[in-house]
Design a protein around this ligand. Structure first.
Ligand SMILES: Nc1ncnc2c1ncn2[C@@H]1O[C@H](COP(=O)(O)OP(=O)(O)OP(=O)(O)O)[C@@H](O)[C@H]1O
Length: 250
């Protein structure tokens, strides 16, 4: 925390993106600070995933600036850009674990950017990486499943493993794109409670695209509402009215 408040980990300014003749993001500006979970709500096609994809580098925006942990991507050297991108770890709805490998091996994959390529084969993972991966599993409450095959775990547990893998990247920011859409209500609550805890207890910034306004209300500190690629509102959760949320989906 600086003298002026929590560190801004993500600052997006006037981000615009077109796919063909369709304007998907229209001068979108927002930020996320350390210690907060920010939910993104909006109807299908409103630009939520495109926003996160521009931040994590899966797509390139047409205009605007993205600053991650103080590094403005389009002004930085390739090395600094890579450093900024490592600071932001992404968790997807589709979990993409290697089901036949152990939970621990899957989590180790989060640390691959820090190790020599020839060490990224499970028998060659170093002890330090395995210990760090185990610590990440402890943070998500799954250390006791470290040696099980990942494919044996429930959907909710697998998403927690994916979060542990993201943590093994040593991020300051987690970008979660529909992290609970494939989960039952109980597992969804567990995953959001975990993401909230990582924000509050560990000071990470968390951006979570959600399709469940009720979960956003319960777990997010702030809600950003998008409609047709524009910001509709960006408010602390307790100041968002039901009408504002309904209007997003009309
Ligand atoms: N790679 C792409 N090529 C062409 N159009 C795309 C591409 N990615 C997204 N779009 C379009 O951009 C618009 C915004 O998509 P985006 O996935 O960001 O919306 P969203 O708010 O996340 O929606 P959803 O809730 O359905 O996931 C949609 O109309 C989508 O079809």
């Amino acid at each position: 925390m600086s003298a002026t408040g929590p560190a801004v980990l993500l600052d997006v300014r006037a981000l615009s993106k077109r796919f063909g003749d369709r304007e998907v993001l229209r001068e979108l500006s927002l930020n996320i600070s350390a210690g907060e979970l920010v939910a993104f709500l909006g109807a299908n096609g409103s630009g939520k995933s495109t926003t996160l994809s521009a931040v994590n580098g899966l797509i390139e925006a047409d205009a605007g600036d993205i600053t991650i942990a103080g590094i403005t991507l389009n002004q930085a050297s390739a090395r600094r850009r890579a450093e900024a991108r490592r600071t932001a770890a992404t968790v997807f709805q589709k979990i993409h674990l290697v089901g036949r490998r152990s939970v621990l091996d899957n989590v180790c994959a989060g640390g691959f950017s820090r190790i020599a390529w020839w060490r990224s084969i499970p028998p060659l993972f170093g002890r330090a990486l395995r210990e760090e991966a185990m610590a990440c599993l402890e943070r998500v409450g799954l250390a006791d499943r470290a040696h099980d095959r990942a494919g044996k775990l429930s959907g909710g547990q697998q998403q927690r493993v994916a979060i542990a893998r993201a943590l093994c990247q040593r991020p300051r920011l987690i970008l979660a794109d529909e992290p609970v859409s494939a989960l039952d209500p109980h597992a969804a609550e567990d995953v959001l409670a975990l993401l909230q805890n990582l924000a509050v207890e560990e000071g990470l910034g968390v951006a979570a695209v959600l399709h469940q306004p009720d979960l956003a209300r319960r777990f997010a500190h702030r809600i950003i509402g998008l409609r047709d690629g524009r910001l509709c509102f960006d408010l602390p959760t307790d100041r968002v009215s039901d009408t504002q949320i309904e209007e997003l989906y009309r």
